[in-house]
Write a protein that binds this ligand. Structure first.
Ligand SMILES: NC(=O)c1ccc[n+]([C@@H]2O[C@H](COP(=O)([O-])OP(=O)(O)OC[C@H]3O[C@@H](n4cnc5c(N)ncnc54)[C@H](OP(=O)(O)O)[C@@H]3O)[C@@H](O)[C@H]2O)c1
Length: 309
């Protein structure tokens, strides 16, 4: 048996319970989880918004991205060995298999080796947020001519998106409360705009002709779209569409993060090479995991990670 953060029935709150710890089948590995992170999807599941829209089977184990040590492998597994530190992301709509648990059994294809110099906490925090930031920034095709506004820059995704956007050579404007200004500057933001005050005025002061691109990880898409000059692009992790933002002279792209092991491997390599930082705002024990879910919607700087030992 393994302890896990579970929801036992519709309407129930998440609690730490004992769950079965199955043997890995052909092509699968069992991982002793060292760290798992909290994402928006976990907060939605914990709040019970999902039972009519996503397939599930109780007990539902929360969590999507993890890192830990391989402790058993099934037949036909060739790419990892017992003892390897690996990271992965559980994908798909089915809510049964989560990773905020002492053990997870996943397909060999869904994990990648964590390079030397990268910790389990960093690797777990990087999974879904990193791939989301990568996909959002890539969909904007930024160049050195761009002025991009990253909205939600203090969050798990945004803190990575600021760095990935800055690495393209674009000029980066990033949202933050006043007490997080230095945090986003340290990630490579050239200008910080306070989203709790007059955001439009702050953006206009920094970019009088408007920005050329918006990376939307938080905030009101229509208000953000108004900061774009004609021909600009907005990529939205929150599913915004052109109709919703009310402009037909810009391109709006809803982005759904598409996890692949290759994307995670490239992000991990960038961390190992010192090219990408993984900001972790706070870590929690498994017993404190419900506090981590509660803290997700509160002001923070970077990811929330649950550690297991
Ligand atoms: N479509 C997908 O595939 C996908 C994948 C991953 C994530 N997501 C979604 O993407 C969003 C970001 O994820 P995350 O993990 O980065 O969440 P997060 O860690 O909670 O980050 C959101 C950040 O936005 C900031 N914020 C809140 N209101 C804002 C506003 N009006 N303007 C600018 N910033 C504001 C918050 O900072 P303060 O409140 O402290 O200022 C917080 O740091 C979530 O809604 C998540 O569900 C979608």
């Amino acid at each position: 048996m393994a302890r896990a953060l579970t929801i036992s029935a519709r309407g129930e709150s998440p609690t730490v319970t004992e769950t079965p710890s199955p043997e890995p089948g052909p092509g699968q590995v069992r991982v002793a989880v060292q760290a798992a992170s909290v994402n928006g999807i976990d907060a939605y599941v914990a709040a019970g918004y999902v039972w009519d829209s996503m397939p599930h089977r109780f007990p539902v184990v929360l969590g999507r991205d993890f890192a830990g040590t391989v402790e058993a492998v099934g037949t036909d597994v060739t790419s990892v060995r017992v003892g390897d530190l690996v990271a992965g992301v559980v994908t798909g709509m089915d809510l049964y298999l989560g990773v905020i648990a002492e053990h997870v059994v996943v397909d060999e294809d869904g994990v990648v080796a964590v390079p030397d110099g990268v910790t389990a906490v960093q690797a777990a925090a990087l999974g879904l947020a990193g791939v989301s930031a990568r996909d959002m920034v890539d969909s904007l095709s930024l160049t050195t001519d761009d002025v991009v506004l990253v909205s939600g820059a203090t969050g798990g995704v945004g803190a990575l998106a600021v760095q990935l956007a800055a690495a393209t050579g674009a000029t980066v404007l990033a949202t933050a409360r006043p007490d997080a200004t230095e945090f986003v500057r340290g990630l490579g933001a050239h200008t910080v705009v306070d989203h709790t005050e007059d955001l439009a005025a702050a953006v206009a002061a920094a970019a009088p002709d408007g920005v050329t691109a918006v990376a939307h990880a938080a905030g009101d898409a229509a208000a953000l779209a108004k900061t774009l000059r004609p021909g600009g692009r907005l990529a939205s992790l929150l599913g915004a569409t052109a109709e919703q933002v009310g402009r037909d002279d810009i391109t709006v792209t809803p982005v759904g993060a598409q996890f692949t092991p290759e994307k995670l491997r490239a992000l991990l390599d960038a961390v190992a090479a010192g090219q990408l930082r993984v900001p972790v705002g706070q870590t929690f024990s498994l017993e404190e995991a419900t506090q981590a879910l509660g803290a997700f919607g509160e002001p923070k700087q970077g990811k929330l990670v649950i550690t297991l030992d």
